[in-house]
Design a protein around this ligand. Structure first.
Ligand SMILES: [Zn+2]
Length: 253
C-alpha cells in the first residue's frame, strides 16, 4: 500500500485488518505476509483453513503423489529448491502447495494498480476466500516505484514457511501465474521485440523453423515440455527479485 493512504489504513484498522499488516520500509509501506494469514487461519478458523487452503493430510498426500508420479512432475521436483530434498508424499502430507499471481488492473481513468496475491493449489471456495492479497501498489509509469524490498520480504516469508508454521504445517511456493506481459516483467524475454531472436524461456519456439504460432497439440515447440535449466536461465532477462530468487527455474512460471 502507498504510504500516503493514512485514511484507508485507519478505516481498515477499525475493522481489525491492521493486525494482518506488517510495516516494511520503502515506497510500498505494508505487506500481508502469507505466514500471518496461514497462522491466523490455522489457529482461529480451522474449518476455513482446511477448505480454503486444502489443509487436509489425505488430499495433500494424494496431490504430492500425483505430482511426483509423472516424468514431468519428477523434473519439476528436481528443479524445485525445497522439494528436491526428496521428501515423500507422506512427509509432505501437511505441506500446502502455493502459487503466486501478479497482475495489473485499472485503477482510475489513466492509472493502474499492481496486485500480488497467492493461493493454495488445493483451495476450495470463491476467489474472495481462496485468493489472498499480499501486496498492491498504484503503478506510476513516469516514476516507477521500487518494489524490490517487498518482493524480498515476501520471498523470505515463503522460505520460512517451508520450515513450518502452526501445528506441524508447512507450505512451499510451487509456481507463479501471470499473463505474458507479467512473465516478461518477471524475466521472460519480450516476444514483442522483433529484433530479439529469443522468444520464450521455456521452449525452442522461433519465428521460422519452430513457429510459435503453431497452436496444434503436437506443435514442435511443445517437445520437450520445457528447456534444460541452463538454456532457460540464458533466455531470461532483467533483474526482478523473483527472477533472482531460488524459486526461479523453468517449471516455476
Ligand atoms: Zn515457449
Amino acid at each position: 500500500m502507498g504510504s500516503n493512504n493514512e485514511l484507508e489504513i485507519n478505516l481498515l484498522g477499525t475493522l481489525g485488518f491492521n493486525n494482518l499488516l506488517e510495516p516494511i520500509p520503502g515506497q510500498v509501506s505494508h505487506i500481508i505476509l502469507p505466514s500471518t494469514m496461514l497462522n491466523w487461519l490455522s489457529r482461529d478458523i480451522p474449518g476455513k483453513f482446511k477448505l480454503c487452503m486444502g489443509a487436509d493430510p489425505d488430499r495433500l498426500r494424494r496431490f504430492w503423489a500425483d505430482l511426483f508420479s509423472s516424468s514431468v512432475g519428477q523434473e519439476f521436483r528436481n528443479a524445485h529448491p525445497f522439494l528436491s530434498s526428496g521428501q515423500s508424499p507422506e512427509q509432505l502430507q501437511r505441506c500446502i502447495p502455493i502459487t503466486i499471481h501478479e497482475d495489473a488492473a485499472p485503477y482510475s481513468k489513466r492509472r493502474s494498480v499492481t496486485t500480488v496475491s497467492w493461493h493454495s493449489v488445493l483451495g476450495e471456495g470463491s476467489d474472495w476466500e481462496t485468493r489472498i492479497m499480499a501486496m498492491t501498489w498504484v503503478s506510476d509509469t513516469d516514476n516507477p516505484l521500487d518494489v524490490t524490498h517487498c518482493w524480498h520480504r515476501l520471498l523470505q516469508d515463503f522460505e520460512q514457511l517451508e520450515n513450518g508454521f502452526g501445528d506441524g504445517w508447512s507450505a512451499t511456493l510451487l509456481w507463479g501465474i501471470g499473463d505474458l506481459e507479467q512473465t516478461v516483467k518477471w524475466g521472460a524475454p519480450d516476444f514483442r521485440v522483433a529484433g530479439d531472436t529469443v522468444l520464450c524461456p521455456w521452449c525452442n519456439a522461433n519465428r521460422t523453423t519452430v513457429p510459435f504460432t503453431d497452436l496444434r497439440p503436437d506443435a514442435l515447440f511443445r517437445d520437450p515440455p520445457w528447456l534444460p535449466e541452463d538454456n532457460f536461465q540464458a533466455n531470461c532477462r532483467g533483474n526482478h527479485p523473483l527472477r533472482q530468487s531460488r524459486y526461479w527455474n523453468a517449471p516455476l512460471v
